[in-house]
Structures are given as structure tokens and as C-alpha cells.
Design a protein around this ligand. Structure first.
Ligand code: ADP
Ligand code: ZN
Ligand code: ZN
Length: 799
């Protein structure tokens, strides 16, 4: 008897270890690790992943059998099964959530499946499966184990295709094709036998005479005047045979022209040589490719990917959420064509599923995608690239709270291939590792076009505010006007982190707050509502102050909507585009805005962080940053790093082509080192300064960090549990570990739950892992009382 080890879909500590189930005899040797099954669990049936199979007679036969097969082929390959174990351990999360995370969105839930026969022979040879139909719905209830075993064998032999029927908009699109099977005499005979008024059939037979063996898509037949019903009856008469071909949705909206590799500049060549050497020798070396915007990093990526492909291997390129622009995907596709698959969150479930399939079956060899693409089922990876490696979207905020960089390094070690981390402003962690020789530093110190970096000036808004009340300084306003007169383009950035517009009564100071959270509501003019960004609560904008009944209740703060209004008022003839979460919610709208601006159909593009990165517009000669320092006020040790990164990135947007650019940064902290050093784009000096600050504050990269967050509907309970945890930590960890808290989080109440946190800073703490595991197990027991504990290893957010 075979036994399957199954990780069941019950997120609890004890289910992190697989449960054993027997495999029914007639399915033995059919079930493989990586398939999902249904198993009895208590008095329910639940889903699980098979993670191992053993031939085992040790069991005394009391095992419950697997009750159903959900997948007919493994959806998690052996590498990813291994990775899930490591990931669960690393991130203090459940194996089941790690496994679920690896699947594309639409496949995580239970789907219907379809079995599609490859051809007529398959249908005829297996009447008990297909009953003469070309495709059937797979419902486990319909088949006994013997038939199921047959189905699995056919699947393996490629005789049938299994399709996941994702929700309506995401189901695979099947195209029907027909081809003639008659020879010319048979056609002539058939022509004689049909009625004179059977025009369709006559037409069909005449076409068959001309091209007897071509398999033509239904749409093609229809264009020649033959209807689907004519073809169906022809199929019954045995004149034609039918096949179904899966139509792959094309997430790349536009075709691209092929491009050729450039002759590399010496620094680029040096970088490509080193990376390619590691690819050739199968070394899991990590490179840090440091270079300002426009220094030719992307070309280095492309030529290294080309080398991996030449070696018969695949390549994975990761980009941050908001920089996955058509521009970068276009460049990669222009080099590697249809071998490229794309994975990102703006795609529909169906598109993602199609791309995932192309990767899983080995058709796509180059994957470009955001964070979750690090789990792409590529085989034989020869190179992993992480562009903008410092970007915060690489860290997942929810379970499993992984850092993409760590997963990338794990996969590189597994596949024996290098990782390239690219950035103009590497994270301090990565740069420090490069200094210690853990990573290999490669640098591209010059811009390809040798253009000087744009001139950056800093405006002190404290003095500016004494002159007028506008959010825009006179200097910036003048500079905009100059560009408008010259028909050049302008980008205006609003640093939105923690900066949104809220409503306030000018008479009594009343600010509407969320009833469920400790936060003021954000004003949304387009929907005329006040929204809570934490719990989703919305309410209409009041006309009079609920507290003093004054009518003078108005918006405060500078949201991008308000900025847009102001800019339109100041420059009535300028064409203005706004890009932020609200204008890019609809699919394709992000691209539409970029296209429009790129085609110079607008003069000013204004928006949030979203516009800061990855975009390359030659006509932009002025970039204005309205509030450089709004992030600096946050009680977070990374705020200087983020501010420096953002300003450096956005400055790189100006003057990329032959016109010199100018950048104007408005700030209330003109003397802050992050702002001053961004002015000169001096990463080296910023690195040195910030490392000193980190050293003094005992922060990463000198110290490792862990964040524990507890929440429950009762504040006293949350606080006392967290104090208990703090004491437990103190008892178990060495005296060198620094334990901060518990403290209420900056926003203590969210959705009527109270949040407290503890931060641990440490250098070497062998007992930390088992201690945290203990805390998790203990917290499982408390969960029934509504208490939830989350552990975040190396958190990016300390608020
Ligand atoms: P980065 O990724 O560092 O911002 P890119 O790779 O986009 O830089 O390069 C900037 C510009 O220079 C692009 O337009 C690119 O096509 C061009 N470029 C890159 N490498 C070369 C080269 N070796 N010769 C000529 N042009 C190049
Ligand atoms: Zn009031
Ligand atoms: Zn709320």
C-alpha cells in the first residue's frame, strides 16, 4: 500500500507536519507530490497538498484513504515543495499558506476542471470517460478509481489536457478547429448525396476539395461562409474531424519590434563578463550592480539573460510593483520575443493562469514579474535578477512575510545560478554585504549618454510659507511656466506617504474620524465620500460640521486631487494628467496615462510615488517635488533611506535625453542629510552617513530585527499578553538582545482591534528561533479568545 503525506488546509501549528493518508490501490503510482487532494479531517473533508509518497507497510492499515484528487498533475514542483518548507520556517508561517502563495491567484480556490481530448481517437478509445464528447467536466464523483487512473495516464501521455475552469472571466478560451478527412472521390460522392439546397454543406465540401488536410479554426471557416452547425453535422457524417486548441490570452497589449544587443561600454562589459562567468560555472554568486539611472543596467540584464538562455537555462527577472511598466517589458520582449512570460497583479486571474501554464510547461523561458513571480515554476534557472533591489514592495506585508531577496537567493542556491541585485541606491543591507565581500560589487559609474545629472535645487518651504500660503513655491511655479512656454514636459511629485487630505471644521477644529480605527478619514472628492484606508469604512462628506453646525467645514492637506485642481488653476492652458491609486484602479489605465504623456499629449504629469520610477520620457526637463520630507517625520529608522531613494529616483527622471534637466525639491528640512545628499546624488556619502546613524541607533545592517505584533478586540488583553511575551523573551534570550516594548502601535485601533508591538534587535541569538516558535504555539491556544500574534522577521515597517 502507498501512503501519501499531506499538508492539510488548516492553518495551525500542528498541521505544519504532514498527515498520512492511504492511497487507494487502483490509484497507486498515480499520485505525485505537488498534487492537491481532498482528505477526511475530523468529520469534514478538506483540501491538502501531497508533499511525499512512501511505499509503506509499517502502518497497520488504519489510515484513512485520500477521498478525492483535485489536481491531475503536480501544481507545485519538487523545488517549490522544498522551498515551502524553508519559507514556513523562515517567516514563522504555516506551510499551507506558503504552498498557497506559490499558486497563481485563480488556482488557489477550488476550481472546476475540464478534460479535453487531444483528438478523435482518444474520444473513441475511452467511451467511459468522454461519452463521445470532445471535452467533459471533471467531477470526481463521476469516475471510479480505475477510470481515474486511466485519466491520469492519459494526462501523463499528453492525450488529454486538463484545464482549470477559473471563474467566468478567467476560464481558458478554447478554439475549435476542423479539418477534412475525405479523399477527392469521397468528396465527389458526398457532393452527389446532399440536397441541392444544402448550400452550406456544398460550400464546405468544395473547400475541402481545395485544401483537404488543413486544420482550420472555426473563425476561419466562418469567414469562408461555413457555419458552426454545418461543421458539427459534417463532423457527425465523418467528413471532418474536430480538435480544440487552447487560446492563450496575450497580456502584452502591443507587438514590439525586435532589438539587437548594444556594443557594451567597458563598465557594462566588465559586469556582463562577471555575471556570465558565474552562469557558465554554475556558481550561486550574488552580485550587487550599482549604477545611477541611465547607466545601462538594463542592458547588462538583457545580455546576461541571453547568456543564460544560450546555456539552455531559464531566467527570472523581478521588478517592483509599480515599475513593471510596458516600457521595461517591451525592452525584454524585443530581445527575447515569445519566450517571455509576464506575471503581475494587474493581470486578470485568467491571464496569470495562462502565463503560469506557459512557464510550468517550459514554453516560457524568461519570466518578468513582481514579488510573487519569485515563485514562478521555472525549471533549470540560470539567472535571477532583482531590479531596484531596495524597493519596499519586495517585502510581503502579510503571511508569509517573506523578503523576495531571500527567496531569490534560496532558489539561486538550489539551481546553482547567480543573483544580480540592481539599484542606483542599494539598500544599506545589500551594500554592507558587498563591502564585506559577501556580495560582489559591480558598478556602472557613468550615464550612457554622458549627460550630466540634472541640476537639483532645494527650496526651504519654511521661509516660503511666510510669503504666501500656496503649496507651490514661486521658483517652482516660474520654472513650470518656462517649460510650458518651451513646450517641454514637467513631472510633479507628491510624496503621499502618510499625507492625505482630510476634512476639518474651520470654526471648531472638528475632524471626522473612522468609527472603527484611530485615524481621521480621507477625503475623496471623486466619490464624494470620506474613506478609511485601514478598514474600508466610507461615509458621505458632511455639509455642516456635526459638532458646531458651522458650514465652514473644508478639506485640508494636499492630496493629489487637490494638487491637480491647484495646478489647473495656476496654469489654465496646461494639459494635466494625474497618476495615483485613484486614477489607476482600472485595468490598463496606468498604461494609458503613460502612453498619453509619452506621446506628449499632456504637459504636466502629477502624482504620487508611482510616477517616480522606471519611466523614461525624453521631453521631461523639469521635475518638482512638492513635499520631500513628509516621510522624514515618521518614527521609522528607514525614513532617511526612503527619502534619499525617492529623491534620487525622481531626479533621474529629468533630462534623460539630449535636453538638460532641472529638479526642484521643496522641503521643510533643507538641512537634513538625506535631502542635501540627494541634491548631489551622492550615494557613497549617504551610505557612509547613514551607516553611522544605524550604528549608533543599533539598527540594521548592524543588528537583525524581529517585530511581534499582537492584536485583539480588548485593549487590556492585548497589552497584558504582550507583556507576558516580553517577559518570556527576556527569560529566554541573552542579555545582549534588545527588547523594545510592548508599545501601542502608531495607529492603535484598526477595525476595532487593538494593536501592540515588540521589537527585538539582536546580533547573535541562537535561542531566538526556538523561543519565537514557542510563542507561536502558545499563541495558537489563545486564538480562540481573539488574540492574534504575528511575527515579522526583518520587518520593513516599524510603525
Ligand atoms: P538603466 O537601466 O541603468 O536606467 P538603461 O539600460 O535603461 O539604464 O540605459 C539607458 C539608455 O542607454 C537606454 O536608452 C539604453 O537603450 C541605452 N544604452 C544602454 N547600453 C548602451 C550601450 N552599450 N550602447 C548604447 N546605448 C546603450
Ligand atoms: Zn465645527
Ligand atoms: Zn477604519
Amino acid at each position: 500500500m502507498q501512503v501519501a503525506q499531506v499538508i492539510v488546509d488548516v492553518p495551525a501549528r500542528q498541521t505544519n507536519n504532514p498527515f498520512s493518508y492511504s492511497i487507494p490501490d487502483n490509484l497507486s503510482n498515480q499520485i505525485e507530490p505537488g498534487m492537491r487532494v481532498q482528505v477526511p479531517f475530523g468529520n469534514r473533508k478538506i483540501t491538502g497538498f501531497v508533499v511525499g509518497i512512501s511505499d509503506n507497510s509499517n502502518f497497520d492499515g488504519k489510515l484513512k484513504p485520500i477521498s478525492d484528487l483535485i489536481d491531475l498533475y503536480p501544481v507545485i514542483n519538487p523545488e517549490l515543495l522544498n522551498l515551502a518548507d524553508w519559507l514556513a520556517d523562515q517567516t514563522y508561517s504555516f506551510k499551507i499558506s506558503c504552498l498557497q502563495t506559490m499558486l497563481p491567484g485563480g488556482m488557489r480556490t477550488k476550481n472546476k476542471k475540464k478534460l479535453i481530448a487531444k483528438n478523435q481517437d482518444v474520444i473513441e478509445q475511452h467511451p467511459t470517460i468522454f461519452h463521445g464528447q470532445n471535452e467533459i467536466e471533471y467531477d470526481r464523483g463521476n469516475f471510479d478509481n480505475k477510470t481515474l487512473a486511466q485519466i491520469l495516464n492519459l494526462q501523463k501521455a499528453g492525450e488529454i489536457q486538463v484545464e482549470y475552469d477559473l471563474t467566468n472571466h478567467a476560464r481558458p478560451i478554447m478554439l475549435r478547429a476542423y479539418k477534412g478527412v475525405l479523399n477527392s472521390e469521397q468528396i465527389d460522392e458526398a457532393l452527389k448525396s446532399v440536397r441541392k439546397n444544402a448550400v452550406g454543406q456544398i460550400k464546405l465540401l468544395n473547400i475541402l476539395k481545395g485544401q483537404p488536410t488543413d486544420n482550420l479554426l472555426l473563425s476561419k471557416w466562418e469567414s469562408m461562409g461555413v457555419t458552426a452547425s454545418t461543421l458539427k453535422s459534417a463532423e457527425k457524417k465523418g467528413w471532418v474531424t474536430a480538435t480544440s486548441k487552447r487560446h492563450i490570452r496575450n497580456p502584452f497589449l502591443r507587438p514590439v519590434d525586435p532589438s539587437k544587443p548594444f556594443n557594451l561600454h567597458p563598465d557594462q562589459k566588465n559586469a556582463v563578463d562577471s555575471i556570465n562567468q558565474a552562469i557558465s560555472t554554475k556558481k550561486d554568486q550574488v552580485f550587487l550592480l550599482e549604477g545611477v539611472t541611465g547607466s545601462g543596467k538594463t542592458e547588462v540584464y538583457l545580455q546576461s539573460i541571453a547568456h543564460a538562455l544560450e546555456m539552455g537555462r531559464s531566467a527570472l527577472m523581478l521588478v517592483p510593483e509599480i515599475t513593471l511598466t510596458p516600457q521595461i517589458v517591451g525592452r525584454i520582449r524585443s530581445r527575447f520575443g515569445d519566450q517571455v512570460a509576464m506575471l503581475h497583479s494587474a493581470m486578470s486571474n485568467g491571464e496569470r493562469y495562462d502565463e503560469w501554464q506557459r512557464i510550468n510547461t517550459g514554453k516560457a523561458k524568461v519570466v518578468v514579474g513582481v514579488r510573487s513571480a519569485v515563485f514562478a515554476p521555472l525549471k533549470n534557472i540560470g539567472l535571477i535578477i532583482m531590479d531596484e533591489e531596495h524597493d519596499s514592495s519586495y517585502k510581503q506585508a502579510d503571511n508569509p512575510r517573506y523578503q523576495t531577496r531571500d527567496v531569490a537567493k534560496w532558489r539561486a542556491a538550489y539551481n546553482h545560478c547567480p543573483v544580480v541585485l540592481g539599484s542606483a541606491t542599494p539598500s544599506l543591507e545589500s551594500r554592507a554585504r558587498a563591502m564585506k565581500g559577501v556580495y560582489t560589487l559591480l558598478s556602472l559609474p557613468h550615464r550612457i549618454n554622458r549627460h550630466a545629472l540634472p541640476h537639483v535645487s532645494i527650496i526651504d518651504m519654511k521661509t516660503e510659507m511666510t510669503k504666501h500660503q500656496s503649496v507651490m513655491s514661486n521658483k517652482l511655479a516660474d520654472a513650470i511656466q518656462v517649460r510650458l512656454d518651451k513646450h517641454e514636459q514637467i513631472i510633479l511629485l507628491l510624496n503621499r506617504r502618510g499625507y492625505s487630505s482630510f476634512l476639518m471644521c474651520r470654526d471648531c477644529g472638528y475632524v471626522p474620524r473612522c468609527p472603527n480605527c484611530d485615524i481621521s478619514l480621507t477625503m475623496h472628492k471623486d466619490t464624494h465620500t470620506l474613506n478609511c484606508h485601514y478598514c474600508g469604512h466610507t461615509e458621505p462628506i458632511p455639509r455642516v460640521c456635526p459638532q458646531c453646525h458651522s458650514k465652514r467645514i473644508r478639506g485640508y492637506g494636499t492630496g493629489s486631487q487637490q494638487l491637480e485642481e491647484q495646478v489647473r488653476n495656476m496654469f489654465p492652458t496646461a494639459r494635466v494628467l494625474r497618476m495615483d491609486v485613484d486614477t489607476t484602479r482600472k485595468k490598463g489605465s496606468h498604461e494609458a496615462i503613460i502612453d498619453k504623456f509619452g506621446a506628449h499629449k499632456a504637459d504636466i504629469l502629477l502624482g504620487t510615488q508611482m510616477i517616480a520610477k522606471g519611466l523614461d520620457f525624453p521631453e521631461v526637463t523639469l521635475v518638482g517635488v512638492l513635499n520631500a520630507d513628509s516621510a522624514l517625520q515618521f518614527p521609522d529608522f528607514r525614513s532617511s533611506e526612503r527619502t534619499f531613494e525617492l529623491l534620487t529616483q525622481v531626479s533621474g527622471r529629468s533630462g534623460r535625453a539630449d535636453k538638460t534637466g532641472e529638479v526642484i525639491i521643496q522641503t521643510f528640512n533643507p538641512d537634513h542629510y538625506a535631502i542635501k545628499l540627494a541634491q548631489t546624488q551622492d550615494y557613497e556619502k549617504f551610505y557612509a552617513t547613514e551607516m553611522r546613524v544605524r550604528h549608533e541607533g543599533k539598527y540594521p545592517p548592524y543588528y537583525y530585527t524581529v517585530k511581534l505584533t499582537g492584536n485583539s478586540p480588548n485593549e487590556n488583553q492585548t497589552a497584558s499578553e504582550m507583556f507576558g511575551i516580553m517577559n518570556f523573551l527576556k527569560k529566554n534570550l541573552s542579555s545582549e538582545a534588545i527588547i523594545l516594548g510592548p508599545t501601542p502601535k502608531t495607529i492603535t485601533r484598526i477595525n476595532n482591534h487593538y494593536y501592540y508591538q515588540i521589537i527585538i534587535k539582536y546580533r547573535r541569538e541562537p535561542k531566538l528561533k526556538p523561543t519565537l516558535d514557542d510563542i507561536l504555539i502558545h499563541s495558537q491556544k489563545k486564538q480562540r479568545q481573539g488574540l492574534q500574534i504575528a511575527i515579522d522577521n526583518e520587518p520593513l515597517d516599524f510603525m
